[in-house]
Structure formats: structure tokens, C-alpha cells
Design a binder for this molecule. Structure first.
Ligand SMILES: *[C@@H]1O[C@H](CO)[C@@H](O)[C@H](O)[C@H]1NC(C)=O
Ligand SMILES: *[C@@H]1O[C@H](CO)[C@@H](O)[C@H](O)[C@H]1NC(C)=O
Ligand SMILES: *[C@@H]1O[C@H](CO)[C@@H](O)[C@H](O)[C@H]1NC(C)=O
Length: 323
């Protein structure tokens, strides 16, 4: 089995070039929806590993237009933005990026794939913008319920360590909340008060504050399928069950699963509704954080991002079109 680590990036299917444009499909043509991919911390849109994933998506479902989300034009700038920036502003920038893309914006819907923090950021995109709307969302090792501990930087990773140094100003300071990306999904169940008061991103998109944003729930409820992959041996994300919206119980240290939590029971985000319709999928995969086999990815692409039939308005009526 090939193991594809998105941080150390072996080339697997480099022979298949990315296809960056396609003509609109004819009604009889079988073509998949476009796919957007948001990478994780420390990665960038120009790395071979990510290009390999894009090429595999194209190879699995020929004709797929793949867009790699990026927050700068250079790989270095895009990587830096995974550590540094105001996540709300980053999500807003991605909303503009997707809605101004000629192909994405004219598609009836798009599919979305989020790696690690890119998963909860894509959820932010859906809740706050969703134009073009996401049909199927798949996340790998995402921190949907945040992290209760910060990950350690590699000793030679100066951008990471520089960003981490910001934490000296205090994780809940406005200075840090508007700059250090992981702090904006930091969530310590033993100190929810500070989190609810100061969290710049997660407390808001998870609708945990007293006043709920109904749009977040409505938009997320429109998903056709939401598959959440958890890495069984994830040692990077604490707790790893955050990938499934699990929470560490502050006193016992046990993991409280989503279905036993208020966010679900009171359905602040529409997750309960999705679950009852069989649209919320709790998946596991062996391996550590971001160790994804090519076989697994191919299966995911077939299962979630394959060709579909959609209703397209043509002269006041709806026509079935295979996309
Ligand atoms: C809910 O979120 C939307 C999208 O971000 C925003 O436009 C709206 O103002 C928010 N509503 C409330 C009540 O905060
Ligand atoms: C992050 O940016 C948003 C949008 O500009 C702003 O409303 C918010 O106050 C910023 N967050 C912090 C912690 O400064
Ligand atoms: C999602 O929310 C935005 C912001 O409120 C709203 O304008 C939009 O119509 C919604 N889109 C979909 C497809 O749900």
C-alpha cells in the first residue's frame, strides 16, 4: 500500500496532468462537479503532494475541474497563511476566490475536500458564504471541535516557530486571535468561558454562543453528504475525535461523542438533521495524521465526487442534466 503523506509529498501519479479548464458538458455527457481542495497547516498549494491529489481526482473522475484553494500567489506565502492570519478574513477571501472563478461560479454546485484545518475552514465557507454551494464535503483529520493542545513545530520550521512565539502574548488576546491561525480553533473544555468570549473563529462557526446564526445551520443542512475521516493513530490532534466533533470531558478525560453533545441534541449546526437523513458519515482510516493511501483517496473520489445528475433551469423549466 502506498502511503501518501501530505507533509512529505511523494509523487504518485505525476503522469496525469491537471486539467484546468473544460467546456461546459452537453446534456448527454457524463461529467463530475468541480472539486475544491483546502490544504492543511504547513502545506501549500504548489507542493507536489497536493498536485498529486488533484491529478488523482482528475484521473478517477475524468473531466473534474480541480481548484486548489490558496491564500497567496506563491507557495511560500500560501504556506505562511496557514500559520498567520485572521481566519475569518481568510474564509472571506476564499469566498471571493471561489465565487469569482469562472468555472466554479457557473457550476450548479461544487464538491469540497478539506485536509486537517482546511476541513473546518471549508465548513466556515459553507456556513458563511456557500456560493457556489457545496454538494458533498469530505474532511480528513479536521479539528471540527478544535484542539485542546497546540501541536509542536518541527525544530527547523522557522515560520511555525515564529508564529508560535506569538502565543506569549496570551492565547486569548486579540493580538493572537487575529494572527495565529491554530489559536482560532483552540478549545479547552476546562476553560470554555474564555473560549466563548474570545475565540475568533471556532466558537462562531460552531454556533456555540448564546445567539445562534440560523444561516449557518441552513447552509450546512443543504449538504448532500458530509463525510468525516478520523485517523486512528492521529497523534497530532488532541483529541483526535475532534475529527468527528468529539469533545474531551474536562473532569474524566473521556471523549464525549457528537451525538451526546448539546451542539447535536439542540442541532445548532444542522448536524443532527443531516445524521437523521443518513448524510453525516463517521469514517476511520488507519494511520497517523494525514497518512492517506492512494487507494483510500481513489475510493473517496469515486464515492463522493463522481458524476451526478442535476436539474438545470432552461427556459422556465428544469431539465435533468448529467454533471
Ligand atoms: C450570520 O452569518 C451570515 C453570514 O456570515 C451573516 O451575514 C449574518 O450577519 C449573520 N447573522 C447574525 C445574526 O449574526
Ligand atoms: C478578524 O477579522 C474580522 C473581519 O475583518 C473582524 O471582524 C474580527 O474582529 C477580527 N478578529 C480579531 C480577533 O481581531
Ligand atoms: C448561505 O448563506 C449565505 C449567507 O447568508 C446566503 O447568502 C446564501 O444564500 C446561502 N447559500 C446557500 C446555497 O445555502
Amino acid at each position: 500500500m502506498h502511503v501518501l503523506s501530505l507533509l512529505s509529498l511523494p509523487l504518485l501519479v505525476a503522469a496525469t496532468p491537471l486539467q484546468f479548464s473544460r467546456s461546459r458538458p452537453q446534456a448527454s455527457e457524463l461529467a463530475p462537479l468541480p472539486l475544491v481542495i483546502w490544504h492543511g497547516l504547513g502545506d501549500d498549494f504548489q507542493r507536489d503532494g497536493l498536485k498529486t491529489v488533484a491529478a488523482l481526482a482528475e484521473k478517477t473522475n475524468p473531466g473534474t475541474y480541480v481548484h486548489l484553494i490558496h491564500l497567496a500567489d506563491s507557495g511560500a506565502g500560501d504556506r505562511q497563511a496557514t500559520f498567520l492570519g485572521n481566519v475569518s478574513e481568510q474564509v472571506a477571501e476564499v469566498c471571493d476566490q471561489l465565487s469569482s472563478d469562472r468555472i466554479l461560479s457557473t457550476a450548479p454546485a461544487i464538491n469540497a475536500l478539506g485536509f486537517s484545518q482546511g476541513g473546518q475552514f471549508l465548513r466556515g465557507y459553507i456556513e458563511r458564504c456557500n456560493s457556489p454551494p457545496v454538494r458533498n464535503l469530505v474532511t480528513f483529520g479536521s479539528q471540527h471541535n478544535g484542539i485542546a493542545e497546540f501541536q509542536e513545530c518541527g525544530w527547523s520550521d522557522w515560520i511555525c516557530r515564529g508564529a508560535e512565539a506569538l502565543l506569549r502574548a496570551g492565547r486569548w488576546s486579540q493580538f493572537v486571535q487575529s494572527r495565529f491561525v491554530p489559536a482560532q480553533y483552540f478549545r479547552d473544555p476546562a476553560d470554555l468561558g474564555s473560549y466563548l468570549e474570545h475565540s475568533n473563529f471556532l466558537a462562531d462557526v460552531n454556533n456555540e454562543r448564546e445567539s445562534k446564526n440560523e444561516t449557518y445551520k441552513e447552509n450546512l443542512s443543504r449538504l448532500n453528504r458530509f463525510a468525516m475521516y478520523l485517523f486512528e493513530e492521529d497523534q497530532m490532534v488532541h483529541p483526535k475525535e475532534s475529527a468527528w466533533f468529539g469533545e474531551l470531558d474536562a473532569s474524566s478525560g473521556d471523549v464525549v461523542q457528537l451525538r451526546d453533545r448539546e451542539i447535536y441534541k439542540e442541532d445548532w449546526l444542522g448536524l443532527k438533521g443531516l445524521d437523521e437523513q443518513g448524510k453525516l458519515e463517521f469514517k476511520t482510516t488507519p494511520g497517523r495524521h494525514m497518512e492517506i493511501s492512494e487507494e483510500l483517496l481513489e475510493g473517496v473520489f469515486k464515492e463522493y465526487f463522481g458524476p451526478i445528475e442535476v436539474d438545470v433551469p432552461v427556459q422556465n423549466s428544469l431539465v435533468k442534466q448529467v454533471y
